[in-house]
Design a binder for this molecule. Structure first.
Ligand code: GUN
Ligand code: ZN
Length: 439
């Protein structure tokens, strides 16, 4: 490994990453080094392999961080979350439509104030890192300043964030309403200001079909035509009351998903949260258009929305990632989200393997966001975002870990018992971005 040692860093520990979906590839889907070394140069992965072979190749003078006894994984990818709902998480007693009216819209109205937006954005980004999440696809609010705030906060921490201004020109209070034209103009300006800047990318963000007019959805399609490399994020088929409302508002549509299809909003780099009440034609359409699904287990259980069908999603061939969906989701921890995903699958008579759960939280999420060429595993040249998990994070976890014999058992213990306490450290582009207090 010739060249300057100044920007070379190495990390020694147990290392695991995925090269594909374990549901398809079986044991060839992952790479595992019980005692491995990850070498980072200039923020990118330069090499990964067994310590015995790697240590001799590390240039003299390069700093080696010793994470032996811990597990190094690619940083977690949260494919759906609302930063403006940080402060109203755990709001009691309502299903989706009432929950939006009662808690969500009032909380989001506060983001007209840039100072409030900056304060929440800085906290939110720090919490992601504390939980080992290094990439997220994020809803801001209707207010342009709320988008500036989340991008500025992400940029300050060098994080990869996709975000966008929420488009809502009907059926919401005035304080969180735009118009089809103002939403279009603001989105365009924000794309010009932020999209492709460092690690930031823009997502056209219609909240969901009931809160946009047909004119607004049409303009979303136009934004995507004019800026083909931007992203799109929205919600679909989360709650039965919502599905019935969409059928009333769009009587011409074959299904809820068909509304988005009609306006050209099913495509690569489009991510829809929930995707619960879909039929086979919908799923096929998502797969055929390269549209991704975000499985938001804690949110779906919290709001009583229904059970995501991971097996059907897998069988149709659509891209799937995991989303926390805070604040309907109950945690920013992807470990806890994996736990609840497992339980949702159990209720549907499906068994989510720990390998597949960790794939979904890393490379699967990256693929759902069409970022698998940059993040998601330790392929050479990828951005070196990673999380370091501590199997001794709590007394009970340590005790359970002592009784495991396989990697799959250990991963399962992490995802069922782990939370932010299990995140020993988070690195972004190789640099330490979070270290758990007390070591
Ligand atoms: N559908 C439309 N808006 C929202 C939201 O903020 N959260 C959830 N879970 N579903 C939505
Ligand atoms: Zn959401």
């Amino acid at each position: 490994m010739p060249g300057s040692t100044a920007d070379v860093r190495a990390f020694r520990g147990e290392i695991l990453d995925f090269v594909g979906d374990p549901a398809t590839l079986g044991e060839t889907a992952w790479r595992h080094f019980a005692d491995g070394v990850l070498v980072v140069r200039g923020g990118k992965v330069a090499a990964v392999g067994p310590a015995a072979a790697m240590l001799a190749a590390i240039p003299d003078g390069a700093v080696v961080t010793d994470y032996r006894g811990k597990l190094i994984l690619p940083g977690f990818v949260d494919t759906h979350v609302h930063y403006a709902q940080t402060d109203m998480i755990a709001s009691h007693g309502a299903q989706l439509l009432e929950w939006l009216e009662k808690y969500t819209f009032p909380a989001e109205a506060r983001f007209a104030d840039p100072e409030h937006a900056r304060d929440v954005a800085a906290f939110f980004v720090a919490e992601l890192l504390r939980n080992g999440t290094t990439t997220a696809m994020v809803f801001a609010t209707t207010h342009k300043v709320s988008v500036d705030a989340i991008f500025e906060a992400a940029r300050a921490r060098s994080m990869r964030v996709i975000a966008g201004k929420v488009l809502t020109d009907r059926h919401v209070p005035q304080a969180v309403r735009d118009t089809a034209e103002s939403g279009y103009d603001d989105s365009r300006a924000l794309i010009q200001q932020w999209h492709g800047r460092e690690r930031l990318a823009y997502a056209v963000t219609p909240r969901f079909a009931p809160t946009s007019t047909e004119r607004q959805l049409d303009l979303c399609g136009r934004l995507l035509e004019e800026h083909p490399d931007v992203f799109l994020q929205s919600h679909v088929a989360e709650n039965l009351g919502e599905v019935a409302w969409v059928a009333e508002l769009y009587p011409w549509s074959r299904s809820y998903l068909d509304v988005y299809d009609h306006f050209g909003l099913l495509r690569e780099r489009a991510v829809y949260a929930h995707c619960i009440h879909l039929d086979a034609m919908d799923r096929k359409r998502m797969a055929d258009t390269g549209t991704a699904m975000s499985f938001c287990a804690t949110s779906n259980l919290f709001l009583g929305s229904g059970l995501f069908n991971l097996q059907a999603a897998h069988e149709c061939g659509a891209r799937v990632g995991l989303g926390t969906d805070v604040g309907a989701g109950t945690t920013l921890s992807m470990l806890r989200t994996m736990e609840e995903s497992y339980k949702v699958c159990q209720l549907a008579g499906q068994s989510l393997s720990p390998m597949q759960a960790f794939y979904l939280a890393t490379l699967g999420g990256a693929a759902a966001l069409y970022l698998e060429d940059r993040i998601g595993n330790f392929d050479i040249g990828k951005e070196a975002d990673f999380v370091v998990l501590d199997p001794k994070a709590t007394p009970h976890l340590a005790r359970r870990m002592e009784r495991t014999t396989t990697l799959a058992e250990r991963l399962f213990a992490f995802m069922i018992m782990g939370d932010d306490r299990a995140v020993h450290a988070t690195h972004v582009l190789g640099a330490l971005a979070h270290a758990r207090a007390g070591g």
